[in-house]
Design a protein around this ligand. Structure first.
Ligand code: SAM
Length: 265
């Protein structure tokens, strides 16, 4: 275990603390919080982002799992300025903050829970104004990948269905203590407006369809999507039956899911 500012960094909580003032400033500038904003920070840790955020907003919410860090945060920041929600962000009900207004969520996320956390947050997308996260660069590349690229997969489709996303900048390992083995990147995620054209009528069916299509990404969709109608379904929608999952844009998955749910009625 590595000691950072008198705290034993815990691997199981993905504790890589930001120590680069330049990177911290870039993240805060990207978030550009305003005094009245409702900002939630996931995993505040030793406060590298918490402190500069508190210089810009009246009040801040944080969700932290590590009891030692929670005690330090409570000691350092007054409760009128900082609400510390103690526990697992994967189980946190972000809906409890909705009265406070659309949420701006930010976090240098623990890498071991990043994908499940993104899926957890997707269910609160209608309460969110925008989110900024530091993640492994490789994960960010998969999130923002375009159809046809090797990085395009289930994560890309499911997140691009809900968010406009952009990779803002890359952060090298030396910006953290302890340093991770790989590059990180900061991503901005803005929920898309829900509309008839881009919304799956049955989101469970949409999620199943996408998961099935990418379960064997090298196979042709006429085989992987057999249980959904395979070749007949694809041909009726003008899609080559030899197409593979990684070639279909998000809108095509939505269209296929909506055709299937209309046929069920
Ligand atoms: N924000 C700090 C920084 O930038 O230096 C710390 C970032 S560190 C990568 C991740 C933080 O998330 C740690 O403080 C860790 O204890 C916390 N954490 C890990 N798993 C968590 C979970 N399931 N729920 C809430 N916080 C978690």
């Amino acid at each position: 275990m590595r000691e950072v500012q008198g705290h034993q960094a815990r691997k199981r909580f993905g504790q890589n603390f930001l120590v680069s003032p330049g990177v911290i400033r870039k993240i805060i500038d990207a978030v550009a919080p305003r005094p009245g904003d409702t900002v939630v920070e996931i995993g505040p840790g030793l406060g590298a982002l918490t402190e500069p955020l508190l210089e810009r907003v009246d009040h801040l919410h944080v969700v932290e799992i590590d009891r030692d860090l929670i005690a330090r945060l409570r000691q350092r920041f007054p409760a009128e300025r900082l609400t510390v929600h103690e526990g697992d962000a994967l189980k946190f009900d972000f809906g409890q903050l909705k009265q406070a207004g659309p949420l701006k969520i930010i976090g240098n996320l623990p890498y071991n829970i990043s994908s499940p956390l993104l899926f957890h947050l997707a269910s609160y997308a209608d309460q969110v104004a925008e989110m900024h996260f530091m993640l492994q660069k490789e994960v960010v590349d998969r999130m923002v990948a375009a159809p046809g690229s090797g990085d395009y997969g289930r994560l890309s489709v499911m997140l691009q269905y809900r968010y406009f996303m952009e990779r803002l900048f890359i952060v090298p390992p030396g910006s953290f203590n302890p340093a991770p083995k790989v590059d990180s990147a900061v991503v901005r995620m803005i929920p898309l407006k829900v509309g008839a054209g881009n919304t799956a009528v049955d989101e469970t069916l949409f999620a199943n369809l996408v998961a099935t299509a990418f379960s064997q990404r090298r196979k042709m969709l006429r085989n992987t999507l057999k249980e959904f109608g395979g070749e007949a379904l694809l041909e009726a929608q003008g899609i080559a039956p030899t197409a593979r999952a990684e070639t279909l844009p998000v809108a095509t998955y939505v269209r296929l899911a909506n055709v299937l749910s209309a046929a069920k009625k």
